[in-house]
Write a protein that binds this ligand. Structure first.
Ligand code: ADP
Length: 738
């Protein structure tokens, strides 16, 4: 109790005391209520703010989902920081990968210069980099802190959140400046908690945005590539048939598609095709290629060079010098696996070559390779066409090729144009039917129909018709051929009209000649036959006179001379008759016994020429031998007779060796004598008619001629070998006519 209290407790009425006590209790309760009320108000305020913050967070999320450019998103985050966390400054930094190359938003009001801004970005980057990811830091900024050099911050809330999978980092800063410290609430721990949540939301928005952007970019790149490829394909379709032209087109195309300044295709022989400024130009070969080695020296298929790559070619051709200061991309051009040249493209500045560009280079170089291969194939085709053209056009035979179905003519060489007197283009309007006389066509048609594929048939002297209707004859060799899937007939025509005419004349002459011959034979036969009868009568009369003993002296010797003359004449007539018989009579086929026949002949001639001669016979006849006995007999008699007639008269013992070997097909006979022999200068003529090589005895010169004719008639040969003074060998071969 203090001294100011004049009323002692004990002096108060109990009612008053009671009242006072109640009042004091009331007062205490009021005080307690007001504290609770305040606490309630505070709690309500906090709830309101949290609701507000969440509402604002929702508002941010709604806006952040919308489509907007990067800096708008950055600005939205920075502004939301200011609104939600009731601060003056908001900064949002976005970094990607480990580069931490942050972008910074929301500090315009401090009017930073560009360089200050860059410096701040760098400092913030370092600063955020030091922060552990996900931690929120609330701090008071000291006067000497780095950030105050740029912005007069006093109180800051900082955090860094990152997505390690995507390598994305978001850094957020909310702050109050020196000036604002009076007007803004100091940042409290409630806001600190929400700050972390907000940062996570910003990160997820940011990663979503990046994903969408990447997808969109990939899609765009894809559709761009697609568009480029379809353009490429379209240009391929537009290519010509001429490979040389196409290579130029492909060069222009590669330049066009890759936005290159120029394109070069260097061949193995050093020749170059250049495409620049829409002009294609071709340079002749000047030596070995220069780019191929350079490309081959790199292990990559598509190689890049800076301008200085070509410096080592100090004496480089002009076209290469043009590449000196350019970035270039190059690859080999190949046929199969063999390099045949190189494709180079020059670019301005430091160009980059994404995989898609490299693909285009690959495709184009492959396309150039294809064109080169086509060029080679075309050349080979042209060469072989030229070769065949030369053969077809150079031959004097007419060649006509037609379809095997309708017989439409598809080719006619110049010889056939001359032969048929049609122009080449007229031929192409015709069918082969127009080339033949109607009768021949029927024959030719049946031949063609019977002809199998790949087979040939030769037809002689077919009657053909020229354009003017005149005819000629041709030997035709026809072939069925398959060419490029077409069934064709090729006919090779040789004009044989002259040969045919000559043959016909010859045939007519032959018939005439045969007629004359047979008339002559008949004449000879009848004359000699008729001559022989009076001759034999004369000989009979001479014989009668000789029997008359009264005829003596000279008269007797005259008779002897007459008799031998008559005999000689008779011999001649007999030989002529033999010749005539051989010419006239049919060849008979009868068995021949050589031994018997030879002995008979020898006997006969001994009778005529009673000379002493030793016959040595050696016959081996195992098979039956058939021929014309009369004719064989005449041959044997002549040869044996000659051996006797032309024996030597030197006293040397004369012989005639006859050797016979016969089989199922042939008989070989040799007649060797040691007679007077024949002069070499005469020997080739002794088979001629009336040719005599010796005067040592009388003769007609007909014997061997008849032998030769008979042997030929019997299907055999006769030959002679002889040496004057030594002897003669006749060899006769006869066919077995069995
Ligand atoms: P020819 O005997 O009537 O004179 P040939 O035609 O029989 O006529 O013979 C022609 C010629 O061949 C004979 O004149 C003769 O000179 C020669 N000649 C033929 N056979 C012999 C032979 N065995 N030895 C020598 N010369 C021969």
């Amino acid at each position: 109790m203090n001294s100011q209290d004049h009323t002692p407790e004990s002096n108060l009425s109990p009612e008053y005391a009671e009242l006072k006590k109640k009042y004091k209790d009331l007062q205490l309760r009021v005080t307690r209520f007001s504290v609770i009320e305040q606490q309630l108000i505070n709690a309500r305020n906090r709830l309101d703010r949290e609701v507000n913050i969440h509402r604002q967070l929702q508002g941010f999320n709604r806006k952040a989902f919308g489509e907007m450019p990067d800096d708008s998103f950055g600005r939205l985050v920075a502004e939301s920081l200011i609104d939600i966390f009731e601060v003056e400054v908001g900064m949002a930094c976005f970094g990607q990968d480990n580069e931490f190359d942050f972008e910074l938003y929301g500090i315009e009001e401090f009017s930073l210069t560009d360089s200050d801004r860059d410096a701040l970005r760098k400092e913030l980057r370092d600063y955020f980099f030091q922060l552990p990811s996900g931690k929120v830091s609330l701090s008071h900024v000291e006067d000497n802190d780095w950030i105050r050099k740029r912005i007069p911050l006093r109180n800051i809330l900082l955090t860094r959140v990152s997505d390690p999978q995507l390598g994305i980092t978001v850094g957020l800063l909310a702050g109050i400046t020196d000036k604002g410290i009076l007007h803004y609430d100091l940042i409290d721990s409630d806001r600190e908690a929400v700050f972390g949540v907000f940062a996570q939301q910003v990160l997820s928005h940011h990663t979503n945005r990046l994903r969408t952007q990447t997808n969109r970019m990939q899609y765009q790149a894809l559709s761009l590539e697609q568009e480029r490829m379809s353009r490429l394909a379209q240009r391929f379709i537009d290519l010509d048939v001429d490979p040389q032209y196409n290579i130029k087109q492909l060069l222009a195309l590669s330049r066009d598609m890759l936005n290159a300044r120029n394109a070069f295709y260097e061949r193995m022989d050093g020749s170059v095709i250049i495409s620049k400024e829409g002009v294609e130009q071709e340079l002749k070969a000047t030596g070995a290629p220069v780019c191929m080695d350079l490309i081959l020296s790199q292990s990559k298929e598509v190689v890049h060079f800076k301008g200085n790559a070509f410096e080592k070619f100090s004496d480089a051709p002009d076209w290469l010098k043009a590449l000196q200061n350019q970035t270039t991309i190059g690859t080999m051009v190949r046929i199969d696996r063999n390099a045949i040249g190189s494709l180079m493209l020059g670019f301005t500045g430091t160009a980059v070559f994404p995989e898609s560009d490299q693909n285009i280079v690959r495709i184009l170089s492959a396309a150039i390779g294809v064109e080169e291969r086509r060029q080679l194939a075309l050349q080979a085709l042209q060469d072989s066409e030229e070769k065949y053209r030369m053969i077809f056009e150079g031959t004097p035979n007419g060649i006509v090729v037609a379809e095997s179905g309708k017989f439409d003519i598809v080719y006619a060489n110049s010889a056939s144009c001359q032969l048929f007197e049609y122009a080449p283009e007229e031929f192409l309007e015709m069918t082969i039917k127009d080339m033949y006389a109607p009768d021949s066509w029927t024959e030719i048609l049946s031949i063609i129909k019977s002809m199998k594929p790949g087979r040939s048939i030769v037809t002689d002297e077919v009657s053909c018709i020229r354009k003017n209707g005149s005819g000629f004859y041709a030997d035709i060799s026809m072939h069925r051929i398959s060419l490029g899937g077409r069934e064709l007939i090729a006919g090779f025509f040789t004009d044989v009209t002259e040969r045919r005419n000559a043959r016909q004349i010859l045939e007519a002459n032959n018939i005439e000649l045969k007629k004359i011959n047979s008339e002559l034979d008949n004449f000879v036969y009848s004359v000699s036959h008729d001559l022989r009868a009076p001759l034999l009568a004369i000989r009979g009369l001479i014989n009668l006179i000789e029997l008359d003993t009264s005829v003596q002296g000279d008269a007797s010797s005259y008779l002897g001379m007459m008799s031998s003359s008559v005999n000689r004449m008779d011999d001649t007539i007999k030989e002529i008759l033999e010749y005539s018989r051989n010419a006239r009579l049919e060849v008979k086929q009868s068995p021949i016994e050589f031994r018997e026949m030879i002995l008979q002949c020898f006997d006969d001639v001994k009778h005529y020429f009673p000379e002493d001669i030793d016959l040595q016979l050696d016959v081996q006849q195992n098979e039956s031998f058939f021929s014309d006995p009369n004719r064989v007999n005449t041959v044997l008699k002549n040869i044996i007779g000659n051996a006797v007639k032309y024996k030597k008269h030197s006293g040397e013992a004369s012989y005639l060796k006859i050797r016979v070997r016969s089989d199922a097909d042939w008989a070989h006979l040799t007649f060797s004598d040691n007679g007077e022999g024949i002069e070499a200068s005469h020997i080739h003529k002794i088979f001629e008619m009336f040719y005599r090589a010796s005067n040592s005895t009388v003769g007609t010169g007909l014997g061997l001629y008849i032998c030769k004719e008979i042997v030929a008639n019997l299907g055999g040969t006769i030959q002679v070998q002889s040496e004057r003074g030594v002897g003669t060998v006749f060899t006769v071969t006869l066919k077995n006519l069995y």
